[in-house]
Design a protein around this ligand. Structure first.
Ligand code: FES
Length: 157
């Protein structure tokens, strides 16, 4: 599988999926383009939410939609935590994806082995977290059922 891929820009930020299923967020900042693994190091969630793309302000700072931690769009460096709690993780910043070529419309990116390794690690973390949530949810459901409480009560927690 080729590790480079080309995307036609149609917005900023733009979310795409590269080789190895790597999720990528692309930012157009003035005449330049930057790309990052679409992962917020706070909770290892995508930077977007179900409702909205990550926000980018006029200074080129990108904000995670979950707790509004911000990162410098040019470097990926952590700026401010918003309401996020894992400052040590946030300091790792965003993981950069090299831009091979940009002609003003199309951008060619390279998914390096380091990015693939990082994505594999993050994917495992996300899987463990979702599995944990699933088990906790199932246990809560069973406990509520045994206590004679209905699903509405569970959902309202
Ligand atoms: S998950 Fe991004 S700020 Fe918390």
């Amino acid at each position: 599988m080729s590790n480079t891929f080309t995307v036609s820009l149609n917005g900023s930020p733009q979310l795409v999926t590269g080789p190895h299923d790597v999720p990528v967020v692309i930012l157009k900042l003035g005449d330049a383009v930057q790309a990052y693994l679409n992962n917020c190091p706070d909770e290892h969630l995508p930077l977007e939410t179900d409702d909205a793309l990550p926000a980018v302000n006029s200074r080129g700072e990108i904000f995670c939609g979950h707790h509004q931690a911000s990162f410098d769009g040019c470097s990926g460096c952590f700026l401010r935590p918003g309401t996020a709690r894992h400052i040590d993780r946030l300091r790792e910043g965003l993981i950069s994806i090299p831009v091979v070529e940009f002609n003003g419309q199309d951008v060619t990116l390279q998914i390096t082995p380091d990015v693939v390794t990082a994505w594999d690690r993050i994917r495992r973390i996300r899987f463990r977290k979702s599995f944990g949530r699933g088990v906790r949810g199932a246990v809560r459901h069973q406990l509520a059922r045994l206590a004679g409480k209905g699903p509405a009560h569970i959902l309202n927690r």
